[in-house]
Ligand binder design. Structure first.
Ligand code: LLP
Length: 377
């Protein structure tokens, strides 16, 4: 297949989904897949078939979820900037609920629901000011972040909720960040949620959503292929004190799809300047923007030189006219030549979904492995 291309291992995806499902089922938890991590329709069908709900952040994500087998009742909708048509569409499709992020949005939802002569199910997204101890750019639950509302604001809404005749206020939503590896953070979240629930007296409401954020091992993707779902759900179960009729929801993205995808790219040129050696590859930041955007690490291997001594250091760069178009400044590889195929691991989440056609480059095609056979889209 023409490089660069994404390759998805559907057997690994199924194994990951089975593990997540089994661990969540121990506690009766409901998991929604965060579509923003990867909206590839082949993956979405596998995930909806496996019984997961969907977490959407735009009207188009809701449309895509419905088209790929997710039931309206399994869909939740978050986002700090929902447009009127998106709210209208969510209400008309009768999705499970919307996560409302401000008092003004609450008014707008009520107004639109009234116009449609419908009831909108809404949960309030609270910004709990819990430090996710992850990268600054993917932290969402600190008070300086744009997401959610304060407990004080939520309290005012709770106290006046019966004035909003077209909203059914069903509970609370939280999401504090992404790529969280430290279980202590989830313990802190659960304890803060307990405090907030006491303060808002929200335990009688049926819905409680703790968001996503469980991380994957970017350093050892071949060894740690499946995220620590067991530790994650166990930690939440240990510390969270929900109301007895509350259903606990999660919105996992990266941990469900991150390790099942890889980006394959071919070396076009190698060159050595006064300061370093470069391997120039045909895939760029338009196919995988995480290193350029967050300085994120992705493990890179040279498929043509497996088993050869890792004796060189290259900056692996793409063809885009930006200095940040780099997959790593000092990547240890065997001696690498024009024509070699490199694999960039852990590209199942936030790679294809964040791809662009910058520099008018083609978006990479996709290949799928089912039972070790490679299939082209
Ligand atoms: N729920 C909400 C409200 C979210 O904002 C997110 C991710 C998730 C769930 C899913 O989080 P996950 O389980 O995937 O951590 N592009 C960045 C990640 C941005 C995450 C944004 N929100 C990256 O490549 O690291």
């Amino acid at each position: 297949m023409q490089t660069p291309f994404y390759q998805y291992d559907l057997a690994l995806l199924n194994e990951t989904l089975d593990t997540a499902h089994a661990q969540a089922a121990k506690y009766g938890y409901m998991v929604h897949y965060a579509i923003k991590a990867n909206a590839n329709p082949t993956l979405l069908k596998v995930i909806s078939d496996a019984g997961f709900g969907a977490d959407c952040v735009s009207g188009n994500e809701i449309k895509t979820a419905l088209k790929n087998g997710f039931k309206p009742q399994s869909i939740v909708f978050a986002g700090v900037g929902k447009t009127d048509w998106e709210i209208e569409y969510a209400i008309e499709q009768n999705i499970h609920c919307m996560h409302c992020e401000s008092t003004q949005e609450f008014h707008v939802i009520n107004h639109i629901a009234k116009k449609l002569n419908k009831m909108a199910r809404v949960a309030l997204r609270i910004n709990p000011n819990v430090n996710a101890k992850t990268h600054k750019s993917i932290t969402t639950g600190l008070k300086e972040n744009k997401f959610g509302m304060s407990v004080e604001e939520a309290s005012l809404i709770f106290n006046s909720a019966n004035k909003y005749k077209n909203i059914s206020l069903i509970g609370l939503h939280f999401h504090i960040g992404s790529q969280i590896m430290n279980m202590e953070v989830f313990k802190n979240l659960a304890r803060e949620v307990n405090r907030i629930q006491e303060r808002l007296q929200s335990k009688a409401h049926p819905y409680l959503n703790l968001g996503g954020g469980l991380g994957i091992d970017y350093n050892n993707p071949m060894i740690n292929r499946i995220a620590d779902f067991e530790g994650y759900f166990k930690t939440i179960n240990l510390w969270l004190k929900p109301g007895k009729d509350q259903t606990i929801h999660f919105e996992l993205g990266r941990s469900l799809v991150g390790q099942c995808g890889q980006l394959y790219t071919r070396v076009l040129y190698t060159k050595t300047t006064k300061t370093r050696s470069f391997a120039v590859v045909d895939g760029g930041m338009n196919a995988l923007i995480r290193p350029a955007l967050y300085g994120a690490y992705h493990c890179i291997e040279n498929i043509n030189k497996i088993g050869q001594p890792v004796n060189q250091t290259y900056e692996v760069v793409g063809p885009i006219c930006e200095t940040t178009d780099s997959f790593g400044e000092a990547v240890s590889l065997p001696t690498t030549e024009r024509g070699d195929l490199l694999v960039i691991h852990s590209c199942g989440a936030y790679a294809e979904s964040m791809a662009s056609d910058y520099n008018l480059r083609e978006r990479p095609q996709c290949a799928f492995i089912r039972n070790f056979e490679l299939e082209k889209k």
